[in-house]
Design a protein around this ligand. Sequence first.
Ligand code: 9YT
Length: 132
Amino acid sequence: MLVRTLDTMKGSDREVFAENGNWVSTRLLLKQDKMGFSFHETVIFAGTETRIWYKNHLEAVYCIEGEGEVETIDDGKIYPIQSGTLYALDKHDQHYLRAFKDLRLVCVFNPALVGREVHLPDGSYPAEEEAE
Ligand code: 9YT
């Protein structure tokens, strides 16, 4: 069994900051943990907007704290995010993620992230094989 705590992962190589400073992601489970998905706690900092397009991954996002919104770019729909909200990017949806208050999110990626991925210029993470 694997048992981990957020506190012990802070400051380790599993704590990854966005290059633009918009978020920090603590990667509690990665591909090497062999669960078939990766599992992260992400904080999106208040006042930020991030354009994202996970063309190589599916992601589910569950909010445990904070306030924000997600806008799907194809249709301009805006969905508020607060504690208890889940959104799942089942269509590899291009979107904007905005935080009005720090958003504390639990994020699951399939396929699993492999390590210290940060967004490429198009808002994606590299495909599994390119990331290794
Ligand atoms: C919700 C989202 O995708 N935020 C960007 C960071 C990502 N969750 C990650 O790498 O953990």
